[in-house]
Design a protein around this ligand. Structure first.
Ligand code: BG6
Length: 512
């Protein structure tokens, strides 16, 4: 196993302070599947302060005991460490509470403030509060307003140690205007330095490793530009369908659900210039510059450079799978895309003329997230007599599954005949460093508690990403290109392949 040195963004030496984490929308899926398992695992790994209190805030009446029992079920089912260590769970449960209120009711927040005071005194919290907005986005503004009205947004003037931070779940707006509006509303109660917009892709190991790969190695950066790179592919696919999330997905679609946030973040980290330091704002400044260099698409470009598809009913491995239009609470004539492929350009000195192909879809044959950098071909002068066309070099950053990096080179096959075949050099996290891999939400929750915003999205990042998405949505709203269909369990409509093949390129299969 490889010896590790401290990565620049690790929090070695940083100590989590006592705080109260309040989860708004605590009876939702995310709390049970991700947030409580993350808190349990952070406690298990000794990364949280002993005096970390968690309050679940939601509408349904429930006692603390009922809430604890439900959350234990979530931990048992979804934690990466099984079976649950009951001694650790008891520690979490002892400081886990439930607060019933609607999100609009001022009295509910006054009671919450009282409860905070009691808990603060009992556990010596020092006025530190982390609010987690895990509700439907339509509730975000009420919650922020009510926190402000109840005096829970700003810092207690009597305490120098106190802090207030708010984590906002996605989707952050549904277009540029609504995102701007939400940013403004939040800014009435919280300063930008207190706002942590979450994108769980930034909590994944390989995504964080992109900065290390690019800027802690000398060999990649000199090649990382239009002189050596032919094009870049970013693929994020899932075998799952919409899984009962019809009403959300109907107004979202693959472009808003995946591209605006996760794929744009992967693209920004791939394309950004070296930051002046590892400081959160220095990194985010460079990501914003990369996003700003992507020109919004004209209607004509949307038609030529984007594909939108929707899955239809098919048999997958002998089992019938529904089409999107047959899914629960989905319009039977829905035009919502469950797949999209795009070709974007980053109009700056480094990337001029290099296409970035993005694709994301549900009900694909495989789940996986990869960034593939395709380098330009070696000159064909020496090996042109070979029967096979030489493969170009590719560098694949595998975000999931089996996080790692792979470099495709050409090699001579064994034997007396001189043949050339592609061969991969592989780095796999689990092989090099063992299988320990914290979940994205663990890393992100801890960062928010430590006050490190590096892996969260800043207001200008979210707005610049929306500008590009809005231009595509505008083209689609005008009907071009029309939606096309693909059978569930396939790699999207044929148009997605044509986007590349007409330029002599092809999608790199996932995991190859
Ligand atoms: C979420 C999307 O943000 O990401 C879901 O809303 C999607 O539709 C999920 O399934 C994918 O996340 P992951 O970590 O499983 O790739």
């Amino acid at each position: 196993m490889t010896q590790s040195t401290a990565a620049p963004q690790s929090h070695e030496g940083a100590h989590a302070e006592p705080c109260i984490i309040t989860i708004f929308g605590a009876t939702g899926d995310l709390t049970m599947r991700k947030l409580l398992p993350a808190i349990y695992n952070l406690t298990r790994d000794g990364l949280l302060n002993e005096n970390t209190v968690v309050v679940g805030f939601a509408r349904r009446p429930k006692t603390d005991e009922q809430f604890r029992a439900e959350m234990l079920e979530g931990v048992n089912k979804f934690s990466r460490n099984k079976p649950t260590d009951m001694a650790v769970w008891e520690k979490v449960a002892a400081k886990l509470f439930y607060h019933q209120s609607t999100f609009e009711d001022a009295a509910g927040y006054e009671k919450l403030a009282q409860r905070f005071q009691e808990l603060d005194k009992k556990y010596n919290i020092g006025g530190r509060r982390l609010y987690y907005l895990s509700t439907s986005p339509s509730e975000f503004t009420s919650i922020i307003d009510q926190l402000g009205n109840a005096g829970l947004g700003n810092i207690d003037p009597f305490s120098a140690k106190a802090w207030r931070r708010v984590i906002v779940e996605k989707p952050f707006g549904r277009d540029l205007d609504s995102a701007k509006k939400l940013n403004t509303e939040i800014s009435h109660v919280f300063d930008e330095s207190q706002v942590f917009r979450i994108d769980h892709y930034l909590g994944k190991q390989t995504v964080q490793n992109m900065l290390v790969l690019r800027f802690a190695n000398g060999i990649f950066e000199p090649l990382w530009n239009r002189n050596y790179i032919d094009h870049v592919q970013i693929t994020v696919t899932e075998t799952l369908g919409v899984e009962g999330r019809g009403p959300y997905y109907e107004v979202s679609g693959a472009l808003r659900d995946m591209v605006q946030n996760h794929l744009m973040q992967l693209l920004a980290l791939t394309a950004m210039e070296p930051p002046v330091s590892l400081d959160g704002d220095a990194i985010r400044d460079e990501k914003v510059k990369a996003l700003k260099a992507i020109q919004p698409l004209t209607k004509e470009e949307v038609c030529r450079r984007t594909v939108r598809g929707q899955y239809t009913a098919a048999d997958i491995a002998g089992k019938p799978a529904k089409g999107y239009r047959e899914e629960e609470r989905v319009n039977p004539k829905s035009e919502t895309e469950t797949f999209t492929a795009l070709k974007l350009f980053i109009d700056n000195w480094r990337w001029h003329g290099v296409p970035f192909y993005l694709r994301s879809g549900k009900r694909m044959p495989k789940s996986g997230s990869e960034i593939v950098i395709h380098f330009k071909n070696a000159p064909g002068v020496l090996f042109s007599a070979h029967d096979n066309k030489l493969a170009n070099n590719t560098l694949t950053l595998r975000v999931q599954p089996h996080e790692g990096i792979s470099l495709r080179t050409n090699a001579k096959t064994p034997g007396t005949v001189s043949r050339i075949a592609p061969a991969n050099m592989e780095f796999q996290y689990e092989v090099a460093f063992g299988s320990y891999s914290p979940e994205a939400y663990e890393r992100l929750l801890l960062d928010a508690i430590l006050g490190d915003p590096t892996l969260f999205i800043r207001d200008d990042e979210v707005e610049n990403a929306w500008k590009i998405i809005d231009s595509i949505e505008a083209g689609w709203a005008a009907g071009a290109p029309p939606i096309t269909f693909y059978p569930a369990g396939t790699w999207g409509p044929p148009e997605a392949d044509t986007l590349l093949t007409r330029e002599g390129r092809a999608w790199t299969p996932l995991g190859s």
